[in-house]
Design a protein around this ligand. Sequence first.
Ligand code: TRP
Length: 332
Amino acid sequence: MDESKKVIFSGIQPSGDLTLGNYLGALKNWVKLQEEYDCYFCVVDLHAITVKQTPANLRKKTLEMLAIYIGAGIDPEKNTLFIQSHVSAHSELSWLLTCNTYMGELGRMTQYKDKSQKLGDSIGSGLFNYPVLMAADILLYNANLVPVGKDQKQHLELCRDIANRFNNTYSDTFIIPDPYIPSTGAKIMNLQDPSKKMSKSDENPNTYILIMDPPEVIRKKISRAVTDTLGKINYSDDQPGIKNLINILCSIKGITPEDVVTNYADKGYAEFKKDVAESIIDELAPLQEKINNLLSNKSYLEEIYKNGAIKANYVANKTLRKVQKKIGLIPR
Ligand code: TRP
């Protein structure tokens, strides 16, 4: 490990299928980070169980997520790829930080407020404490940077507050992480309502494309994507549906919106959509093949996550011991 490299930590929950938006907006860009940074990519299974999971499905999704990371091009040799529950320091630090976090702080988290409104009294306390576990994830590895979407920014802010408070109370211990805002990475919108982000939690599957969607499903979803009645391919906020499809095409092909507008100057929406669908299919086909191959090679995946856990445990336990000592727990 190169000590001079900055550390990046990120995690994805193994709780569902990833969308084209997750892929183009996040995962695909992480691949570019691996040369420049010391990256930890974690499958956060302990976060997933803050809502009810069926055991067999959780196991399946956890391995799938690992295969997706690798299939997307994240090199298990260059990065630390691991499963959160394989490093017990996450749970342990989470408790120590819980004792240094206020109810008020957690109660102000908008994600918690949204969920508690939906779930009422049956909301699990894991959802309340969720951001503390996330802070533990990040702080254990002395992460300098955390790539997060807008929805996780408040959680990262809280992580910084918790870390700063700990440092002030017990002397300098944690690195204060910054959000990593990638220079590339398009925000892919909902295909039926382009004012919203593409999300797998939408109840209408026509609003999103999953990275494992087969070609005919992709063609159907793109052909049904909302456009407008102007009939001209412009890159404009007045045509948000078309704009989103242009962004998808640009992100896949590495071209600019101007290129697309020029290329399709005298073409119709049907032809444009057909090309967008085919470009998505061409982009996802090799990824799907790699993921499926990895999933049929369980012993390889096992080797990856076991090695990842060894590397991660080493770093995480060092931080945990330091914290335990500072708090006044007797060293073992
Ligand atoms: N909470 C994040 C999400 O739902 C996932 C996550 C868990 C995470 N731990 C993290 C992201 C640490 C970044 C860093 O998207």
